[in-house]
Design a protein around this ligand. Structure first.
Ligand code: CO
Length: 213
């Protein structure tokens, strides 16, 4: 069965190529010519949240980085290289941090347990909890508290994006990119825009995190 599942992928791929060519015979020539995505998507690695599909976008339209619980960690060269490249070279217009309800990473961070090498990663989420302890502790229902932590985690990761020099410099120069926080709901497939106040956050954090000089 595992072998069968593996081979199936190549079957799927050939069918996909045929479909693309059937609707546009120059499809792959255009794809190979280069990319100009308008969006940078920073999301969770969860297999149920595929960036292109939930946004209804084709290959070439969204630059994607995913990790457990959609974190933007200061010392993570990977995510910061992605942001740098997307902002300075691809000149994306929108940066989206997309979390999702039912996130296993956030769930794990809410439990008191030693998860070995993942402790450091999940600590970032515990830090979000600590920052918003007052609000979260006031929510009696555990599921509701879990959902709110997922939203607050997205919000805090958006702030981490806004702290980067490339985002600040680009935004002050050309009013782009705009940073958005979203949550995807696995139960109905809908995206919720948290409408984070981007300009206000930028204003607030610049007293301490101003890096565009
Ligand atoms: Co997740």
């Amino acid at each position: 069965m595992p072998q069968e599942r593996y081979r199936q992928v190549f079957e799927n791929n050939r069918r996909w190529v045929e479909q693309k060519r059937a609707t546009d015979e120059h499809y792959f020539e255009r794809l190979a010519a280069g990319q100009q995505p308008g969006f940078l998507y920073l999301g969770c690695s969860d297999s149920r949240v595929p960036a292109n599909e939930i946004m209804g976008l084709e290959p070439g339209e969204v630059f994607v980085h995913r990790n457990i619980a959609n974190l933007v960690v200061n010392t993570d060269l990977n995510v910061h290289s992605v942001i740098e490249y997307a902002v300075n070279h691809l000149e994306v217009e929108h940066i989206i941090v997309c979390g999702h309800y039912g996130c296993g990473g956030v769930r794990a961070a809410m439990k008191s347990q030693d998860l070995g090498i993942m402790n450091g990663w999940l600590r970032e989420i515990r830090d979000v909890y600590r920052l918003h302890k007052k609000e979260l502790s006031a929510i009696p229902d555990e599921e509701e508290r879990y959902k709110r932590l997922i939203e607050l985690n997205v919000q805090e990761q958006c702030i981490h994006v806004i702290k980067t020099a490339s985002v600040q410099r680009s935004y002050l120069r050309r009013k782009l990119p705009i940073v958005h926080g979203w949550v995807f709901d696995l139960h109905d497939g809908l995206l919720k825009d948290l409408e984070i106040p981007f300009d206000k956050i930028l204003d607030d954090i610049r007293e301490i995190y101003r890096l565009d000089v």
